[in-house]
Design a protein around this ligand. Structure first.
Ligand SMILES: [Zn+2]
Length: 288
């Protein structure tokens, strides 16, 4: 079995037929490691985009890929069929975060009219795996260069932010942290459920009567004494959260609660935040 560490570059372009913006892949880079983690091959191809012939300046500056480079690139279908052969039958594909595989799925749907990436049979999110070995105290998600730094890998050896360079750097992180049992926890079969999950876009629930919400989440008690509270300002949705103001008689305090309810593929995530309301008169008293 081989490990394929893949990285993609893309250009955000408007797709008329879909009436939306699509991250169109312009480069595929990958490293192939055998079971003993020896590098047995690399893959690097530039794709000629069909939606826009001009790269956004951010991409040009980041990758140094030019408009002439993509003009000379190969069609998406050709690169993907070469990549498919190169990946082979017995591989686990890894990428740093799942954005790359999501983007690949979108491109396969848009440009090849296929529902899944047939040649990826097993997949692992390398970022999530590597984070098990990094002190994550001050970060939510470790970027590739941050992870490399934590793992004492010299990222300067791969300075170009090109697909192949980034996949080589990811591969270094993979080698440095390699633990087969741990990795097995992250390897997923790419079945129907996997693709449904990948295609799902999490969203914030904005309506109080959404059938997905258990109405009890709007019942509020004082976060200090746990007692009943009086509603001062009813729940109202604004800026990604439901917000309300409440009064606890026992504690003689007014507080604001914000409730962000987000739907993920197979769960609902609820973030509840309490904040004290301090009236100006009281503040003046305290200050004197
Ligand atoms: Zn209270």
């Amino acid at each position: 079995m081989n490990y394929i560490i893949m990285d993609l570059e893309w250009n955000n372009s408007y797709m008329k037929s879909a009436q939306r913006f699509v991250n169109e892949i312009i480069e595929v880079g990958a490293v192939k490691l055998d079971e003993s983690l020896n590098t047995v091959g690399t893959f690097s191809e530039i794709i000629k985009p069909v939606l826009s012939k001009k790269l956004r300046s951010r991409i040009k500056n980041l990758t140094n890929i030019s408009n002439d480079d993509i003009k000379a690139g190969k069609p998406f279908s050709e690169v993907i069929s070469e990549f498919e052969k190169w990946v082979g039958d017995d591989s686990v594909v890894l990428s740093w975060g799942d954005t790359d595989i999501r983007t690949l799925l979108t491109n396969v749907k848009c440009f090849l009219n296929k529902e899944d990436i047939s040649f990826i049979r097993k997949y692992a999110d390398l970022q999530r795996y590597c984070q098990c070995f990094i002190n994550m105290e001050n970060v939510q998600q470790a970027g590739l260069s941050y992870a490399a730094e934590c793992l004492q890998i010299d990222a300067e050896k791969f300075p170009h932010h090109r697909a192949l360079d980034d996949s080589l750097l990811s591969a270094e992180c993979f080698k440095k942290t390699f633990n087969k049992d741990k990795l097995n926890e992250f390897i997923k079969e790419c079945n129907e459920d996997f693709y449904a999950r990948l295609a799902f876009h999490p969203y914030v629930i904005r309506k109080k009567d959404d059938p997905l919400i258990d109405k009890n989440v709007f019942n509020c008690v004082c976060d200090i004494c746990g007692g009943n509270v009086k509603v001062i300002k009813k729940w109202k949705f604004s800026n990604q959260s439901f917000r309300g103001i409440f009064y606890c008689k026992k504690c003689d305090r007014e507080f604001r609660v914000s409730l962000r309810i987000k739907k993920f593929y197979d769960r609902i995530d609820i973030k509840r935040n309490y904040s004290e309301i301090i009236h100006t008169e009281e503040q003046t008293e305290e200050n004197t």
